[in-house]
Write a protein that binds this ligand. Structure first.
Ligand SMILES: *Cc1c(COP(=O)(O)O)cnc(C)c1O
Length: 389
């Protein structure tokens, strides 16, 4: 599925997008049919029989996703969490334990702790930059899945994927990487040793804030069989229109990400010097603790910037509600800039837990608008706030 010599941007546009044989349509037609007539009993024409089991529009997206992550198999789901749920069901059994970052996406932690917790799956959140501690945890018999998100949401910490793959494999465990924040353009975890990549395609892959979806990519045939069976038997598939919109978004991922990265870098550099700002969390800043590692395992530093304000919670609320271009909304990764107050929005579900986020923190999803307009918008929202010293 993936062996070719094309570059990323070429694959993004061509992988899985064969010319339509009937009309020569350059864009593959969108298939809504839920059922497929065999050529006589038991004689499927192209392998399709029923829409939950397979759909050509979904296949087209899955081929594109596999090529871009450098994997052999991809599965497209109705949401990122549906994809995560399918993985957990496929690879975990009661009595086993997931070791995960202590700043993972709140919804992933909620799924693992409050849904799968009830079915006997334990979890241990910890600081994944502490490799000795991770190795100790993974040495336990019940630790069978290591769950990594890098860069993490919303603290932007960077985790060493290759080092964690080694630790997981030495302990007969699997390494999963949630690659939502980086996107396959900036980081390809399978090439660094990860066993499974998961995405919320709702974010950078779809890229236009108009379709919810998720994806799983792996090169392991056995894992793929298990995950494929989960998808078929449970049914959390993406519908044809959602798959089509995601494919359309994915075609422009490379050019979008380049702009997200350069805009985010400029904003991070601008905010570092702002008196109302206590700290900027962006791996593209040379003094970010993960800068060197990110330079090694990523092609660019991404479009997400988190900021802590001198004026605490009140200042964060004022800025979150005071921007004009940055829209106050959950989610990320779209072409338009979004502002999020994680403490009460995306990460409200982890308040009071080990995964709680600081009250003075804002998370910016930097879009691809003109960067001068974005900087001016942030400056006017920050004006008049308590400053440093
Ligand atoms: C949004 C998100 C998810 C969940 O995906 P949905 O498509 O909302 O179900 C998982 N991981 C990360 C890092 C996310 O940002």
């Amino acid at each position: 599925m993936t062996e070719n010599s094309y570059g990323f941007a070429t694959d993004a546009i061509h992988a899985g997008q064969e010319l339509d044989e009937v009309y020569g349509a350059v864009v593959p037609p969108l298939h809504f049919s839920t059922t497929y007539a065999p050529d006589g009993i038991g004689n499927l024409r192209r392998g399709y029989d029923y829409g939950r089991a397979g759909n050509p529009t979904r296949t087209s997206l899955q081929t594109q996703l596999a090529a871009l992550e450098g994997g052999e198999h991809a599965f497209s789901f109705g949401s990122g969490l549906a994809a995560e749920d399918a993985i957990i069901r496929a690879v975990m059994r009661p009595g086993q334990r997931i070791v995960m970052g202590n700043d993972a996406y709140g919804g992933s932690y909620r799924l693992i702790s409050r849904i799968h917790g009830d079915w006997g799956i334990a979890n241990t959140p910890l600081d994944l930059s502490d490799l000795d501690r991770v190795a100790n945890e993974m040495a336990a018999e019940d630790a069978t899945l290591l769950w990594v998100e890098t860069p993490s949401n919303p603290l932007m910490s960077i985790t060493d994927i290759a080092a964690l793959a080694k630790i997981a494999h030495e302990n007969n465990a699997l390494l999963l990487v949630d690659n939502t924040f980086a996107s396959p353009y900036l980081q390809q975890p399978l090439s660094l040793g990860a066993d499974i990549v998961v995405h919320s395609t709702t974010k950078y892959i779809g890229g236009h804030s108009d379709v919810v979806g998720g994806a799983v990519v792996t090169s392991d045939d056995e894992l793929a069989t298990k995950i494929g069976f989960q998808q078929f038997a449970v049914g959390a598939i993406s519908g044809p229109l959602d798959a089509y919109l995601t494919t359309r978004g994915l075609k422009t991922l490379a050019v979008r990400m380049d702009r997200h990265c350069s805009n985010a870098q400029a904003i991070a550099e601008h905010l570092v010097d702002h008196p109302a700002v206590e700290r900027v969390l962006y791996p593209g800043l040379p003094d970010h603790p993960g800068h060197e590692l990110a330079s090694k395992q990523m092609r660019g530093f991404g479009g997400m910037v988190s900021v802590q304000l001198v004026g605490g919670e009140q200042a964060a609320r004022t800025v979150a509600e005071g921007t004009r271009l940055f829209v106050l909304a959950e989610s990320l990764g779209g072409i338009e800039s979004l502002m999020n107050y994680p403490h009460e929005m995306t990460h409200a579900s982890v308040r009071g837990t080990e995964l709680a986020v600081p009250e003075n923190l804002l998370r910016l999803s930097v879009g691809i608008e003109d960067v001068n307009d974005l900087i001016a918008d942030l400056d006017q929202a920050l004006e008049g706030l308590a400053g440093r010293g």
